[in-house]
Design a protein around this ligand. Sequence first.
Ligand code: SF4
Ligand code: SF4
Length: 146
Amino acid sequence: MNGYFHDLYRGSKSLLSGMLVTLKAIFQPTVTVQYPREKIEVTPNIRGHLTMVLDPETHTHRCIVCNRCAKECPSSCIDLSGVKEEGVKGRVLSRYVYNYTSCSLCGNCVDVCPTKAIEFSCEYELASFSKEDFIFDLLKEVKKSQ
Ligand code: SF4
Ligand code: SF4
């Protein structure tokens, strides 16, 4: 009989503790966001896919085709090349393709870039049935946004 009352006491105590937590939560501000109708502001430190930085002065990318990002990438996600142009010192970027499907977002490429030409985007709304949609031609994106 003693055991019965002991269990009853423990059960009621646990039930009340649970209800107390619920009661407290009722009066706290709502944290649920009705995505996609509502969106929260994401932290600027978010690591989305790689993107090229548009220089505010020149309105173009800052890549000097040094190839460091591609060399440092542990997953071979970056494929870039440059061409010689008359009157231009060094090479001019002609291709910069980034494979997001194998990127681990380690940040090596961003860290080694001497001109801060690439960064992580804040884009998180990406969905597709095709893997090809996650292979980005960053140079094309730059040209589109110019
Ligand atoms: S974040 Fe890491 S894995 Fe992704 S492209 Fe850069 S170096 Fe490669
Ligand atoms: S490290 Fe920077 S400057 Fe060098 S190739 Fe990569 S993006 Fe261009």
